[in-house]
Design a protein around this ligand. Structure first.
Ligand SMILES: [Zn+2]
Length: 139
């Protein structure tokens, strides 16, 4: 359950952030997911719904931005977007060496596409910060 553990870690982070910011309701969570995480957006959304039940994140919208994978070739030095892994291979593609799109060498290093992070959380706060800290009256 790759997506479920990923969804749980999102919920954990959101709940923690919500707690320290006096959040009343989480409206949306924007995340960035690299191609090489092999997380499926629809599975992620579905698991997020389950994992967020009975938490402050319940009902929040999960917006996923996919980040293309990038490779650098140790043979020819070419750096660029990785070719999408074979869909039929599925998660097994994670272990297959990615080939350089220029020379076809397998001596490649992944330089991007492994990100899995929360970019932004949209939430309603209980009390706006401005009201908590009134400006001192000028003398
Ligand atoms: Zn190459």
């Amino acid at each position: 359950m790759h997506e479920f553990s990923a969804a749980c870690s999102i919920v954990e982070t959101v709940v923690e952030a919500a707690r320290s910011h006096d959040v009343k309701r989480v409206k949306a969570v924007n995340i960035e997911v690299g191609e090489f995480t092999f997380l499926l957006p629809e599975q992620l959304r579905f698991n997020f719904e389950i994992a967020s039940q009975k938490t402050i994140a319940e009902g929040a919208e999960l917006n996923i931005r996919m980040v293309k994978g990038r490779l650098i070739c140790r043979d020819c030095g070419h750096e660029g977007e990785a070719q999408s892994p074979d869909e039929a291979l599925g998660p097994a593609a994670m272990f297959a060496p990615m080939k350089c799109t220029k020379c076809g060498s397998s001596a490649t290093t992944i330089t991007g596409g492994k990100e899995f992070l929360i970019a932004d959380i949209e939430a309603e706060v209980a009390a706006p910060v401005e009201k908590q800290r009134p400006k001192p009256k000028p003398h």
